[in-house]
Design a binder for this molecule. Structure first.
Ligand SMILES: [Zn+2]
Length: 203
């Protein structure tokens, strides 16, 4: 779609407009803003995306984004290595980190069990979670999953495989709080409180 007198401008606007939640108006604003910057600044902008795409890795332990084999959370000696918070995606880690109330490790499932979308347990990082519980000295698992049927199903599926582990506490952040897809919209105070006041996961 050509709206402007310049094909070059149109191409750049098209790229920004392909991002989620970015309409053509906002895309144009971004492009005009970048045009006002120096060539060096624009190069640095492009370079950072190029570096990101070429070099970003997935942490081999928790599946968080990482600059090297292991992410910064997994390698941080200040974090509690005995607690794992199980989340659906990377955005959830950012939301929980923003509360400043959680100091353990994470495990990113990469989604939740959703038969309607054709997502089964084997499509998620569940096996690697079970392996971690076997191999690391984990004392508590906290589910921070969507308060939906899919979230419950996923939590229960994992719970069934873990409940016979002695000395393993299985908990969930308080029900009723919007999590999963909505985790990013939950205010930090509420989310932080629900992590602190987590409850035992039951059947
Ligand atoms: Zn990690």
């Amino acid at each position: 779609m050509q709206n402007h007198s310049s094909k070059l401008l149109d191409n750049a606007v098209e790229q920004f407009a392909s991002l989620p939640g970015i309409g053509r108006k906002t895309a144009l604003k971004f492009v005009l803003h970048l045009l006002k910057k120096s060539p060096e600044e624009v190069t640095a902008f492009i370079q950072s995306l190029d570096d990101l795409k070429k070099n970003i890795k997935e942490c081999r332990k928790c599946h968080n984004m990482a600059d090297s084999e292991l992410c910064e959370i997994c390698t941080d000696p200040q974090r509690d290595p005995h607690t794992i918070c199980v989340v659906e995606n990377l955005k959830d880690i950012l939301s929980i980190e923003a509360t400043g109330q959680y100091h353990g490790l994470y495990h990113v499932l990469g989604g939740i069990i959703s038969p309607i979308d054709g997502i089964g347990p084997s499509d998620l990082h569940i096996d690697s979670l079970l392996q971690r519980i076997e191999n690391e000295d984990i004392q508590e698992i906290i589910f921070a999953l969507s308060a939906t049927i899919e979230g419950d199903t996923t939590g229960y599926f994992i719970y069934k495989r873990l409940k016979n582990h002695e000395n393993l506490t299985i908990s969930t952040i308080a029900k009723g709080i919007s999590v999963g897809n909505d985790l990013e919209y939950t205010d930090e105070l509420t989310l932080g409180r629900s992590i602190l006041n987590r409850i035992a996961f039951g059947e």
